[in-house]
Ligand binder design. Structure first.
Ligand SMILES: CC(C)(COP(=O)(O)OP(=O)(O)OC[C@H]1O[C@@H](n2cnc3c(N)ncnc32)[C@H](O)[C@@H]1OP(=O)(O)O)[C@@H](O)C(=O)NCCC(=O)NCCS
Length: 164
C-alpha cells in the first residue's frame, strides 16, 4: 500500500466533506457524544463555505493506493484540519500529511507549528513531539467541544539540496 499526497482541487470538496463527516462520526465516537459529533460535522453542511476554507488554506489530499484517504490543512502557521477516512485509519495517512505540513512550514521559515488537537488526535500529536499548551472549550452549533492547543518547535529550515 502506498500513500501519495497532492494539493487540494476545488472539485475535491464534495468528497472531502463526506470524508470529514465519516471521520468524525466513526473515529471520534469514543471521545465525543452523538450530539457533539453531529455539531462538529455540521461545519461541512455549507459546501461552498467548506470548499472556500480549504482553498484559502494550504490543503493537502492523501491517497492510499489511489483511493481518497484523508486531508489536512495549514492556515496561519496552524494545522487547522486533519481528517482520515475510517477505512484507512491506522495506516500512516495522518503521519504522511502532518510530515508534509511540518516540512512546508519549516521551508517557509516558521519556527514552530501548532494545532488545536481534538481528544482523538491528542496522542497522535504528542507522539510527534507536540506539547500541550492549554485546554479549550469551543461552541459548535450549540454544543461545547473540548480540544487542546499543542505546539512543536520546527527547528532550522533545511538548506536547498540537503539530503535529509
Ligand atoms: C487522529 C487521526 C487523524 C489519526 O489518523 P491515522 O491516519 O489513523 O494516524 P496514523 O496511522 O498516521 O497514526 C500514527 C501514530 O499515531 C497513533 N494514533 C493515531 N490515532 C490515534 C489515537 N486516536 N489514539 C492514540 N494513538 C493514535 C497511531 O497508533 C500511530 O502510532 P505508531 O506510529 O506508534 O504506530 C484520525 O484518527 C482522525 O481522522 N480522527 C478523527 C478526526 C480528528 O479528530 N481529527 C483531528 C482534528 S485536530
Amino acid at each position: 500500500m502506498t500513500i501519495s499526497l497532492r494539493p487540494f482541487l476545488p472539485s475535491d470538496a464534495p468528497a472531502l466533506a463526506r470524508l470529514f463527516r465519516d471521520s468524525i462520526e466513526t473515529l471520534a465516537e469514543d471521545d465525543y457524544t452523538d450530539d457533539q459529533r453531529a455539531a462538529w460535522a455540521s461545519s461541512a453542511d455549507d459546501l461552498a463555505e467548506f470548499a472556500q476554507k480549504l482553498s484559502e488554506s494550504l490543503t493537502l489530499v492523501a491517497l492510499r493506493d489511489g483511493a481518497l484517504a484523508g486531508f489536512a490543512s495549514l492556515a496561519d502557521g496552524k494545522i487547522d484540519m486533519l481528517y482520515v477516512e475510517p477505512g484507512h485509519a491506522g495506516h500512516g495517512v495522518a503521519t504522511a500529511l502532518v510530515d508534509a505540513l511540518e516540512k512546508l512550514g519549516r521551508a517557509r521559515g516558521a519556527k514552530e507549528i501548532e494545532t488545536d488537537a481534538s481528544d482523538v488526535a491528542r496522542d497522535f500529536f504528542a507522539k510527534r513531539g507536540y506539547a500541550p499548551m492549554q485546554r479549550n472549550t469551543v461552541m459548535r452549533a450549540g454544543e461545547w467541544l473540548a480540544n487542546t492547543t499543542m505546539k512543536k518547535p520546527l527547528g532550522t529550515p533545511e538548506k536547498p539540496g540537503a539530503t535529509h
